[in-house]
Design a protein around this ligand. Structure first.
Ligand code: NAG
Ligand code: NAG
Ligand code: NAG
Ligand code: NAG
Ligand code: NAG
Ligand code: NAG
Ligand code: NAG
Ligand code: NAG
Length: 448
């Protein structure tokens, strides 16, 4: 009898904590076994980080996985994908015509290329922060700030993360939407976590397939790193991102041209929390350094440094530490800036994706929403509460969108030299950080 009851309990595994009530204490000896999540709602309920990171099968991914490159390896175009090959051939021809002498950069960054031409002919952001390519190339300037005064474009790289629920719950409680830059390989492994980001109303952009220094890859690899990340987002969530961010900001004109061939606008940053470099073996960056970076952004906002135009801040969701640290500082950022918004809203990109039926709040709309639910007055909101952002929102008509407003983006002249020197100095330890993420993900995938 007891054995039968026990096996029943194990089979009816989804039973959450409340189901234990009334079981007379016997439940204490029943091994805890939760069903694998099957949808965003069931995944979002899991609190235990370890359990969130238990690999699960998601049928929609299993069905298309064979059409994709191997996760966490440098992407190339699978032999059978003729549509991708044709598109790449066209883009490649454009690159070869416009930049006949474009070369690959070393993955080590500027230290690996000591003789790089000081005039920076490739507009290599990693070198000294160039974000405005020569207009003759016909590629949009990078977005490095949002123009709205006293405003912060809040950006979070490297998601989705298996154990992100506490972080996403917090963002929801704060009524805070951000721009998320998703790694294609992470989307493959953690599709429900990726879908939650969209359902929660965050802006979803491409952060490459395997998170490598893009200027060190061949044209085909750059194309495939972007194309298949864009494609898995489309296959899973139905929309085609038009924004991307290069790992470590490593971009030059060759990479920009390939991204532009995929209608992807490059989104960089001015302020770097440096969060991912703390608590990493071999890195000299400490949590106190990261706190100083966040405090520095707050001081600048309070001191009026952003009174004529806003900025963009880089943070990560790659570890418990990076997520917890942003959670710690977000309320103070919100107090220091007039507005903290995703980049799409900061740019009034109300149809940020290629599919025009996906709409996003304009700057005016999102700040009206935020002030209507000031901190403390936020009511409990379920996963469905964000539908007006992910969904078909008629209110967005009349706003400026599309390529025209993108190429009109402000030039990157504001990308300060202090930021660029810290980029160059941080290059080597940045390789360390990426390896940790890759290893964890490969382990998770191998367990599938
Ligand atoms: C793409 O261009 C490179 C030169 O930049 C060339 O080596 C390669 O063969 C081209 N690939 C295709 C498929 O056209
Ligand atoms: C880029 O956008 C244009 C205009 O919407 C569209 O015709 C084209 O197919 C897009 N290209 C890609 C590769 O998505
Ligand atoms: C404001 O910006 C100026 C120029 O970049 C800089 O010298 C100053 O330190 C900044 N203020 C703060 C509070 O960081
Ligand atoms: C997610 O975060 C955990 C820490 O909570 C970290 O150990 C793990 O590497 C991250 N996974 C991914 C895929 O980023
Ligand atoms: C960090 O880990 C602790 C302990 O597992 C957990 O309670 C907390 O929710 C995690 N924080 C984030 C942001 O994931
Ligand atoms: C966004 O729209 C508002 C009007 O609602 C306008 O004042 C602002 O300049 C626009 N911002 C951008 C970046 O276009
Ligand atoms: C703000 O947006 C959320 C969706 O993210 C929606 O549920 C809520 O009703 C909106 N609030 C206001 C006051 O517009
Ligand atoms: C947009 O249209 C596509 C194709 O008709 C549909 O699959 C998708 O659900 C629509 N999305 C929204 C948010 O309305």
């Amino acid at each position: 009898m007891i054995a039968a009851l026990l096996s029943l309990l194990l089979v009816a595994a989804p039973a959450p904590a409340v189901a234990h009530a009334g079981c007379g204490g016997h439940e204490l000896i029943v091994p805890r076994q939760m069903a694998a999540p099957t949808d965003v709602a069931s995944q979002s309920q899991i609190k235990d980080p370890q359990q969130q990171c238990t690999p699960y099968q998601y049928p929609r991914i299993a069905a298309i996985q064979a059409n994709y490159p191997t996760i966490w390896q440098t992407a190339t175009i699978p032999a059978a994908d003729t549509a991708a090959r044709e598109l790449f051939a066209r883009i490649n021809a454009t690159v070869n015509e416009k930049l006949p002498n474009a070369g690959l950069k070393p993955a080590a960054g500027p230290p690996g290329l000591p003789n790089y031409d000081r005039s920076d002919p490739d507009c290599w952001w990693t070198w000294q922060g160039c974000s405005t390519p020569n207009p003759s190339l016909g590629i949009p300037a990078d977005v490095v700030r949002i123009p709205e005064p006293n405003s912060l474009g809040m950006t979070v790289d490297d998601g989705p993360n298996c154990s992100q629920n506490a972080f996403y719950d917090f963002l929801r409680e704060q009524n805070q939407k951000v721009s998320m830059y998703y790694i294609g390989s992470n989307v493959m492994i953690w599709p429900l976590q990726a879908m939650r980001g969209h359902q929660d109303g965050h802006e979803i952009c491409v952060h490459t397939w395997s998170h490598q220094a893009m200027t060190s890859l061949t044209n085909e690899q750059v194309f495939a790193e972007l194309y298949y990340t864009r494609q898995i987002i489309k296959d899973l969530m139905g929309f085609t991102s038009r924004c991307w961010r290069p790992p470590q900001g490593d971009v030059d004109n060759r990479v920009r041209l390939i991204a532009a061939g995929l209608n992807l606008t490059n989104i960089l940053w001015i302020e770097d929390s440096n969060d991912w470099r703390a608590n990493v073996a071999g890195s000299a960056v400490t949590p106190a350094d990261v706190d100083r970076r966040y405090q520095g952004v707050i001081d600048q906002a309070k001191g009026g440094n952003y009174s004529t135009q806003g900025t963009i801040l880089l943070s990560h969701q790659s570890t418990n530490y990076t997520m917890s640290t942003l959670m710690k500082w977000l309320p103070q950022l919100k107090a220091a800036f007039a507005h903290v918004v995703p980049v799409a809203s900061g740019m009034n990109w109300t149809t940020p994706y290629a599919e025009s039926n996906f709409t996003y709040p304009s700057f005016a709309q999102i700040i009206a929403n935020q002030s209507a639910s000031a901190p403390g007055s936020v009511s409990a909101s379920g996963p469905s509460a964000s539908v007006s952002i992910g969904g078909n929102n008629a209110a967005a008509s009349g706003s400026v969108t599309g390529t025209a407003s993108r190429s009109g983006a402000p030039s990157g002249s504001g990308a300060g030299s202090a930021a660029s020197s810290s980029r160059a100095a941080g290059w080597r330890s940045s390789e360390v950080g990426t390896g940790g993420v890759v290893l964890a993900a490969v382990l998770a995938w191998a367990a599938l």
